[in-house]
Design a protein around this ligand. Structure first.
Ligand SMILES: [Mn+2]
Length: 239
């Protein structure tokens, strides 16, 4: 019998304990992430799919915050899809949106509920927001029109939308509904969003600059900052 061990079982458990201890002790060194590893690891996870069904609309939204701007839409509202496409393209966010809504009434429920569901998908995809830039802003011109969008993933919903539309309808679309879309998004993504159309005569230009600036502001805000790796973009510790 070897000195110090009463039995084979005790000897084995001592060796196992030493192995377990050294594994635990070295684990932080073995698995420590560099800032760029952190960004890559988090990026792999920043996708979300949300399904939302009511008596008015049935919606499926899938997003990838670290995408390349690929998009597919099936909502039955062409001008709205033209605007959603700006978010994907200029936000470099992959976006799949399907909505079967009560368009025989009007576009209202479809547009508002897509905003709500997209907001839910964003809230899910940003997760705990660790390492995220948090704030985003952009100015986008289109000929005579100029818009500014500023966003904060603050965890608190708030919308300021100042767009003096020059016409009530654009591309067969009621311009009132843009406010409904952004309000739905803001409430569920839990963001502060300030939208200002600073200039513009052509209604199509006015709203297109808003959506392009919204896309670019989103891109900036959700971007992972390697220097922030693992930290919350808030002195409060949570958002
Ligand atoms: Mn256009």
């Amino acid at each position: 019998m070897p000195v110090g061990f009463a039995s084979r079982a005790e000897r084995f458990s001592s060796i196992f304990a030493v192995w377990l201890y050294s594994f635990a002790a070295y684990q932080p060194i073995m698995f420590a992430l560099s800032p760029n590893d952190f960004v890559e690891q988090v990026m792999a996870e920043r996708t979300a799919s949300v399904e939302r069904n009511t008596l008015e609309t049935q919606i499926k939204v899938s997003i990838n915050l670290d995408g390349s701007g690929k998009a597919s839409f099936d909502t039955g509202v062409p001008f709205f899809e033209h605007m959603l496409d700006q978010i994907a393209r200029h936000g470099l966010i992959d976006l799949d949106i399907y909505c079967k809504g009560d368009l025989h009434i009007d576009d209202h429920h479809t547009v508002e509920d897509v905003g709500i569901t997209l907001g839910q998908a964003f809230a899910k995809a940003v997760g705990d927001k660790k390492g995220m830039t948090r704030y985003g802003h952009s100015y986008v011109p289109l000929d005579e029109a100029l818009s500014r969008v500023v966003i904060d993933f603050s965890g608190r919903p708030g919308l300021q939308m100042h767009v003096p539309f020059t016409r009530a309808v654009v591309g067969g679309f009621d311009v009132d509904l843009f406010q409904e879309f952004f309000q739905g998004f803001v409430n569920h993504a839990q963001v502060s969003l300030h939208i200002d159309n600073l200039r513009g005569v052509n209604t199509h230009h006015q709203i297109e600059t808003v959506f392009k600036a919204f896309g670019r502001a989103l891109r900036m805000a959700v971007e992972l900052d390697p220097r922030m790796a693992g930290q919350m973009p808030s002195t409060k510790g949570v958002l």
